[in-house]
Design a binder for this molecule. Structure first.
Ligand code: T3D
Length: 258
């Protein structure tokens, strides 16, 4: 497993993760899958990390599975379960916010890797492509769930069944991603968002992530019960005490993430 295929750097309390096979638009081969899982495990285990920033090197974000070797992989279902499913589960299971900066094309599982993150900020000049159907495959990595949930069935059918490019600006207008910004300001805007989230009450943010996921399947009544349970946890956090103290003392809170 080459550590160079995905770079992990630590900047303050933010883990910066860079997909780094630019010659193939950061598409994933077997070694890169292993490296990504190792990186996610490291981020999850490090309690001092309070946000993860995911981006791609070069002119693409990620073109999904590396298909340069041809259609020779054997049982794709098994492969998807052992690679992409583990990766997107890992991202969604992180207890810190994940900000994805998409500077270039996000295609196939690469698009759904981005959509598994909590915030996607993309360069206006780029596009998202549910490219699976273009090579006779079906969406994976959660795309068949997340796209209809975010944009509704009619737009999902267009994206998933036609496999066309969706410009980032339209993706933002449709609610598929958080924001589209000019390429020149992508890094600054996405990093500022990561820094802002990293200074927030991390424990509460982790619980909010879980609530948003649960809301996709829970009833209103089930969600009320979940809220009460999570409020009980958040209410015992040091950041809650700090938030209330800062309010009373008319100062900015200094959250520690606990
Ligand atoms: O188990 C399983 O395998 C199932 C799991 C599937 C998960 C999936 O992700 S399936 C979808 C796989 N991805 C694709 O089908 C996307 C293929 N790529 C493209 O359609 C285009 O490259 C893009 C639309 C993304 C970008 O087009 P463009 O014109 O900007 O760039 P390009 O010239 O096509 O690509 C630049 C280079 O990257 C090129 O290499 P070269 O010619 O300069 O040596 C190209 O071959 C390479 N590249 C792009 N995508 C992939 C790739 N190499 C390997 N695998 C790729 N997916």
């Amino acid at each position: 497993m080459s550590a160079d295929s995905i770079l992990l750097e630590r900047r303050d309390s933010i883990a910066r993760v860079t997909l780094n096979r630019p010659d193939v638009l950061n598409s994933f081969d077997h070694a890169m899958v292993g490296r990504m899982l190792a990186v996610l495990a490291e981020v999850q285990a490090d309690r001092s990390i309070r946000a993860m920033y995911l981006t791609g090197a070069g002119r693409g974000f990620c073109a999904g599975q590396d298909i340069s070797g041809g259609a020779t992989i054997g049982d794709y279902g098994e492969h998807v379960e052992n690679s992409w499913n583990r990766i997107v589960r890992g991202i969604r299971g992180l207890e810190v916010p994940v900000i994805c900066a998409v500077g270039g094309v996000a295609a196939g599982a690469g698009a759904n890797l981005a959509l598994a993150c909590d915030f996607v900020v993309a360069a206006e000049e780029t596009a998202f492509i549910q490219a699976f159907v273009n090579i006779g495959l079906v969406p994976d990595s959660g795309g068949s769930w997340i796209v209809p949930h975010l944009v509704g069935p009619a737009r999902a059918a267009a994206l998933l069944m036609l496999g066309d490019k969706l410009p980032a600006k339209q993706a933002a207008e449709w609610g598929l991603i958080h924001r589209a910004v000019p390429a020149a300001s992508l890094e600054q805007e996405a990093w500022a968002l990561a820094a802002r989230l990293a200074a927030m009450p991390t424990l509460a943010l982790g619980l909010i992530k879980k609530m948003i996921s649960a809301a996709a399947t829970n009833s209103y009544l089930e969600q009320l019960t979940l809220e009460a349970g999570y409020q009980s946890i958040a209410g015992r956090s040091r950041d809650h005490l700090e938030g209330v103290a800062a309010f009373r003392e008319k100062r900015k809170p200094a959250f520690e993430g606990r």
